[in-house]
Design a protein around this ligand. Structure first.
Ligand code: SAM
Length: 352
């Protein structure tokens, strides 16, 4: 049973066009079917085998995270499995909700013909984004019935060696869960993979996005150019902490490469957990302030000499809670998630 989950007030999931909230904390309620949410948790359980016996490794990982020593926290295969089995399941359910809430914005971004719906997840190796996207895509597939729905292509870019974790999760998404040999025929008949190869493709690129090797630049940039959505989930603040200047350059490159209508989604810890010191100064800037400064600050048109914006902010919320439904089952304790969220849409470079 997932613990720590006070039951939120019953209301429908948030759906909004432009939200800006600076003070209040918003609760989001999971609107995906509970069976699907449980299935997402089971994918983690079966792929990563979380258990009480991981408690010593978990303490080591927590220690490194507390010291903000991310290289150590994500530096061993066993740490990665334990991290992903502990933190990614609740994130996957939260992201499933986030992607559902974002649908109206994502649907308005362009897809050419039968091109796949490409999503690039920067810092997305731990699997929360992959399973959240797969869950959302399975709802989209059910809604489409026999009608057309685009294939989802998830491109996960991360500097740590997550390929074992992402490979196991992908296998879990694409296989029917194991059933007991005593399961009823009806259960056996209904036992299907969440998505098939015709619905989902995944690539994992092991890459430090702040120092992209020359050989890998073309592959990364092509993925960004074709992306309908790029995400930074609990990653942007880490990038800013590594280097503000390099992170600004990365965001500037994304701005150059992403096409009009494509979206950029940033989810991170709220408030003082996400502040950044610039040039080693004592003053701490909110991550969101730096982000707006880079994306929203206008560019000067070469043709007309006038200023124009390259991104519009379509959703912004300083603090939201995702609370796990009480009925969910998982072998170890999971936590509710508090986060800030910002969604930007690329505008066309009129006169740029
Ligand atoms: C806190 S974890 C978040 C994982 C996942 N996005 C989630 O929401 O659960 C941050 C991730 O960013 C990755 N990361 C940090 N710096 C990076 C860099 N410079 N290039 C690529 N990945 C990076 C880490 O390896 C780690 O997987």
């Amino acid at each position: 049973m997932a613990r720590g989950g006070r039951k939120p007030p019953a209301r429908t999931a948030r759906r909004e066009r432009v939200t800006t909230s600076t003070s209040k904390v918003n609760d989001t309620l999971a609107s995906a079917p509970p069976v699907l949410q449980q299935r997402c948790l089971d994918i983690f359980k079966d792929a990563l085998k979380p258990g009480f016996e991981d408690k010593d490794i978990l303490q080591e990982v927590k220690g490194h995270l507390y010291d903000r020593n991310f290289a150590a926290a994500f530096g061993k295969e066993e740490y990665l499995r334990v991290y992903a089995s502990r933190w990614s399941p609740s994130r996957a359910l939260a992201y499933l909700q986030v992607f559902q809430d974002m649908d109206e914005h994502l649907d308005s971004s362009p897809v050419q013909g039968d091109e796949p719906l490409r999503v690039v997840c920067i810092g997305g190796g731990a699997g929360g984004e992959l399973v959240g996207l797969a869950g959302r895509h399975s709802i989209r597939k059910t809604e489409a019935g026999d009608g057309y729905h685009p294939k989802l292509h998830a491109i996960l870019v991360d500097m740590a060696a997550w390929s074992g974790v992402t490979g196991s999760l992908l296998k879990g998404i694409m296989s029917a869960p194991e059933l007991s040999k005593y399961a009823s025929q009806a259960k056996k008949d209904a036992n299907k993979a969440l998505l098939g190869g015709e619905d989902l493709a995944m690539d994992f690129q092991q890459q430090d996005v702040l120092n992209i090797d020359q050989d890998a630049t073309a592959v990364f940039e092509e993925a960004i150019m074709q992306a309908r959505l790029a995400t930074f989930m609990f990653t942007l603040n880490e990038l800013y902490s590594t280097s503000v200047a390099k992170t600004q350059l990365l965001l500037a490159r994304l701005t150059e490469l992403m096409s009009a209508g494509a979206c950029l989604l940033v989810v991170d810890s709220p408030g003082s957990y996400s502040t950044v010191s610039v040039n080693g100064a004592d003053k701490q800037y909110p991550m969101q302030w730096l982000l707006d400064h880079t994306l929203i600050a206008s560019s000067r048109s070469r043709d007309s000499g006038t200023d124009y914006a390259r991104w519009e902010k379509v959703v912004s919320d300083d603090s939201r809670w995702f609370r796990l439904p009480e009925s969910m089952e998982y072998p170890i304790e999971l936590e509710n998630m508090r986060y800030q969220i910002h969604l930007y849409r690329r505008l066309s470079d009129v006169g740029g």
